[in-house]
Design a protein around this ligand. Structure first.
Ligand code: HEM
Length: 561
């Protein structure tokens, strides 16, 4: 009994100490934020707290069930809060306001000029090393480094995204989507969950082809366990880049050094996945080095270009060598897979149900696809892709509504930095986040017009005309930052656009996408249900539909072609 009492008292004392410590940190951050002269919003929790990130949604839903949390209120403590808020908080508080928590202060901005300034000065506005360190599971990479390291990584990795690689992306996507559509046409309903799973598979297979030169069949695909392997590469990769496990990777790496008996069984599966992916990356790099030594010609895939660009650097002029280490090579290959997997598949997984709920938009995009393929009379990427501007517009509009990245956290580092906030040059204290609120930038009615909340891909077409003869353009005065901007903008932008456009073009050439109807439901009701479910999302590390099993689409073979 006495032991129980002592344990209880000790735990209560520890909890009280943690709480007091947090309150003190909150007070200190508040004092510092006051000097900014911008509105302040105070919260006890933040997405910067990994424990809250994992358990916050559960705690919130529990609290709202017992009436202690207003479930419709914007809580500002998750990374995805702006998905629901769009421009509302900035309309109320101005183009900059500070979220003050016991963690680091996070200044949210919607001002495009300030964003541009930060994108341009990437040496000053750095990536927070702790936050981006999460992506270093296999080695530092172009996404995680700062300072002089970044041009070194970018120089060696950039050639991998050449046009010849886009051709591979186009070909692989077309082939994969054709198989997917055949499967879909034989199914009574493809639920939103099934649809997401299939678009993830597409993204994974396209990456395997365009990055590693490995061709997989859509149905059996990367599930195949190769000789000498414990799990299939696809499964291992999926486990590693699954949104939650990336946070666990550092833990697994630390655990890997312990004797297996000390590792909890739940972590063992992740541990195997991490080790298998490393083996795969190493084998792929070794195979390419062998090919180079044996005088074989380079291929257009990412690994061939990357390994060879790196070897060239190693042989570069003394003192100017920018070559990456082996770990850095693996780190970059891993980050390409990670960055290129969920982002593009997510865009497709929203665009396809949206086409089913807006039949007029589907017909508008299809008119272009049909016209272009009829005119060109070839399947050639370089001729067709530039003409499919409506299809690309569909991607931009989908990204505007369902941004894979809700905010872009920039960081001051260990010294103060100056930035214009709400029109005034302001000194931002060291160790402060300044986050570009992507959703607010993309939903500012003053910039995008009074129909900002309407899903309208045609806003991206410069001057409407004959399908296949139009031009793509960002709306006047607007800045679209979905792929980031400036020198550190996404190097995979073209890759993802080619994949998206190839996928939608193939889909619409083969079938008509319609909402799946429940028994007794009219088409109008089915459209409404699908639309509601598609927009009803949650952002728990990545953006997902909340209820993916209660709505879906059907694929009806086209008869008029
Ligand atoms: C719809 C698809 C995509 C979207 C919306 C997207 C968006 C972004 C954004 C917003 C950033 C900046 C992130 C930050 O600095 O924290 C970024 C960076 C990056 N993306 Fe993408 N991306 C997409 C597809 C891809 C693909 C297909 C690849 C590679 C195959 C890729 C590779 C990268 C890399 C390596 C970086 C880091 C660049 C650097 O810091 O220099 N992305 N992406």
């Amino acid at each position: 009994m006495a032991f129980l009492l002592t344990t209880c008292c000790t735990l209560t004392a520890i909890a009280a100490l943690i709480f007091a410590n947090r309150l003190y940190a909150l007070y200190r951050n508040y004092l510092s934020a006051r000097s900014l002269n911008i509105p302040i919003i105070i919260r006890l929790e933040s997405w910067q707290d990994p424990i809250w990130m994992l358990f916050g949604p559960k705690v919130r839903s529990l609290l709202s069930r017992i009436g202690l949390w207003e479930s419709t209120a914007i809580d500002y403590t998750t990374i995805g809060w702006s998905q629901f808020d769009r421009f509302a908080s900035h309309a109320k508080h101005g183009s900059a306001f500070a979220l003050v928590t016991p963690f680091k202060t996070n200044i949210m901005i919607s001002d495009v000029d300030a964003a541009r300034e930060m994108f341009k000065n990437w040496r000053v506005w750095i990536k927070n090393p702790d936050l981006y360190g999460m992506f270093n599971a296999y080695g530092k990479n172009v996404n995680s480094v700062n300072g002089d390291d970044w041009p070194r990584h970018r120089k060696v990795t950039a050639p991998a995204f050449k046009e010849a690689n886009s051709r591979l992306v186009w070909k692989a996507t077309t082939k994969q989507v054709h198989s997917m559509v055949q499967k879909w046409m034989a199914e009574d309903e493809i639920t939103l969950r099934g649809l997401r799973g299939d678009t993830e598979k597409i993204a994974m297979h396209v990456l395997m082809s365009a990055a590693f030169g490995k061709e997989y069949d859509f149905d059996t695909g990367v599930k195949v366990v190769e000789p000498g392997r414990i799990v299939s590469f696809g499964e291992a990769m999926h486990t590693c880049i699954g949104s939650l496990s990336i946070m666990l990777v550092p833990v697994i790496f630390a655990a890997a050094k312990l004797p297996s008996v000390f590792i909890p069984s739940g972590l063992k599966r992740l541990q195997v996945a991490v080790q298998e992916v490393r083996r795969f990356l190493k084998d792929a790099v070794d195979a390419e080095l062998d090919a180079l030594r044996n005088g074989m010609a380079p291929k257009d895939n990412i690994i061939s270009t990357l390994v060879r660009a790196n070897e060239e650097e190693k042989n570069g002029e003394q003192g100017k060598r920018l070559a990456l280490t082996d770990d850095e090579l693996y780190g970059n290959l891993f980050i390409f897979n990670m960055a290129g997997h969920e982002t593009t598949s997510s865009s497709l997984s929203y665009a396809i149900p949206l086409l089913a709920t807006y039949p007029d938009i589907q017909n508008w995009v299809r008119a272009e696809v049909d016209a272009v393929f009829a005119d060109i009379g070839t399947e050639d990427y370089s001729e067709i892709f530039p003409l499919l501007v409506r299809t690309l517009a569909l991607m931009y509009e989908t990204q505007r509504f369902f941004s894979a990245i809700p905010m872009h956290p920039k960081y001051t580092g260990d010294r103060p930095q100056v930035l214009k906030l709400n029109g005034t040059e302001t000194v931002i204290p060291p160790e402060t986040f300044v986050s570009i609120n992507y959703n607010a930038v993309h939903f500012d009615p003053a910039v995008w017009g009074s129909d900002v909340d309407e899903f309208r891909p045609s806003r991206w077409i410069k001057s409407a005309g004959q399908p296949g003869k139009e031009q793509f353009a960002t709306p006047d005065g607007a800045e679209f930052v979905g792929w980031s901007s400036g020198p550190r903008a996404c190097p995979g932008k073209r890759f993802s656009q080619v994949e998206f456009v190839a996928a939608i073009a193939r889909l619409l050439r083969e079938c008509d996408v319609q909402p799946a109807r429940a028994k007794g439901e009219s088409m109008v009701q089915a459209i409404e249900r699908l639309r509601f479910k598609t927009f009803d999302v949650e952002h728990f590390i990545s953006l997902k539909v909340k209820d993916p099993d209660t709505a879906g689409i059907v694929c009806v073979k086209r008869t008029n072609v």
